[in-house]
Design a protein around this ligand. Sequence first.
Ligand SMILES: NC(=O)c1ccc[n+]([C@@H]2O[C@H](COP(=O)([O-])OP(=O)(O)OC[C@H]3O[C@@H](n4cnc5c(N)ncnc54)[C@H](O)[C@@H]3O)[C@@H](O)[C@H]2O)c1
Length: 383
Amino acid sequence: MANVKKMKVGVLGLGYIGASHIDAIRRIPGCELYAVADSNYEYALSKAEQYGVEKCYRSLDELLEDRQIDVIHNCTPNHLHTEINTRIIQTGKHLFSEKPLARTYAEALELLETAGKHPETVCGVNFNYRMNPMVQEMKYRIKKGDLGDLLIVSGAYQQDWLLHDTDYNWRLEPEICGISCAVADIGSHWMDAVQHVTGSKIVEVMADLVTFMPYRKKPLKQAETFTNNAPAEYELRKIENEEYGAVMFRMDNGAHGIYHVSEMSAGHGCCFGIELNGTKSSMRWNQEENDRLWMGFRDGDNRYIIRNPNTMSDEVRRYTSLAMGHPEGWNDAFCGNIRAFYDYIRSDRSQPPVFATLDEAAYMVRLTEAVVKSSKERRWISV
Ligand SMILES: NC(=O)c1ccc[n+]([C@@H]2O[C@H](COP(=O)([O-])OP(=O)(O)OC[C@H]3O[C@@H](n4cnc5c(N)ncnc54)[C@H](O)[C@@H]3O)[C@@H](O)[C@H]2O)c1
């Protein structure tokens, strides 16, 4: 049998999400977790040792100089995405970037221009929720006509990691995160998944963004993302980015929608749900019940479709692996998204990618800006 050369992968930024990228890459055949890098070099060394990674670097420069590396995953905070992604693309290595693509739409456009000059480089952005098998199932059933014409879209993404005034993260700082916290961070996932399953675009928004805590206690020593240890020493920092947002929207297929995102909803870690109401049926999926898709009917029995590779269509089966009754979860969908990226690199690239492209990710930045503008100006904004 022909020996397929493994793609050598480098991961830059080994914080909260970098760890999930490492796990995913190690699960994908044809990939080798070859290098890790972080500006916190001690931490990078500990990760390299823990996973037996061949190379450990301090910076992007070192990753770029290593000619063995085929692909770089950019898992750094938002303010570094444009510059780092640009340099990766220019070096001719494939890029898998964390979302949001950029802090502003202007930055995202700059990156698109660079990418346009390097058509051989494959670029993907990690909007991982679209790759849950039952989200793919929803997309497949919509395409098949099971929903009828889409009328209404609704849902929410709720978390609670900003509930206390001692909760703090760079996502609250506009110079690092950009002008939005909740919408850019988790609303972008929700909007991407909705656009992906429906095949339609959100084209008008009307939003109400709220910052409940005008001041927060910023730890004087750097704290890990999403940990809830109250800092002993802190400075009071004024907060402008929102912790909550409600968004009404219209889509280019005539559907109407509403969603809200919150990082202050006690008891919720990752409550991500979408409901679609069409002229023939309704469909609802929630991340916390990953393996189930609810279908509702006016004139028939409502039912749950349970993830089962044996009964799923060929189109969807490839995105799931465990047998029915063996629950798949967030990590599996995350890995499935990254696997789709590597499958695409190895393919003849004639089919459109199923993972989020730079164009799609840039549109999310554009939508986020429109949402912020709408809330500030208290009016509908067309995108
Ligand atoms: N797809 C998802 O579900 C998901 C979930 C969480 C975070 N994210 C995204 O991932 C990115 C990182 O978020 P996080 O929560 O992991 O942040 P984090 O703060 O936990 O980790 C960031 C890491 O990057 C390192 N870093 C910072 N500057 C660097 C530089 N110049 N060179 C190399 N390393 C550098 C830091 O030392 C840290 O280890 C963000 O853009 C975020 O939006 C995506």
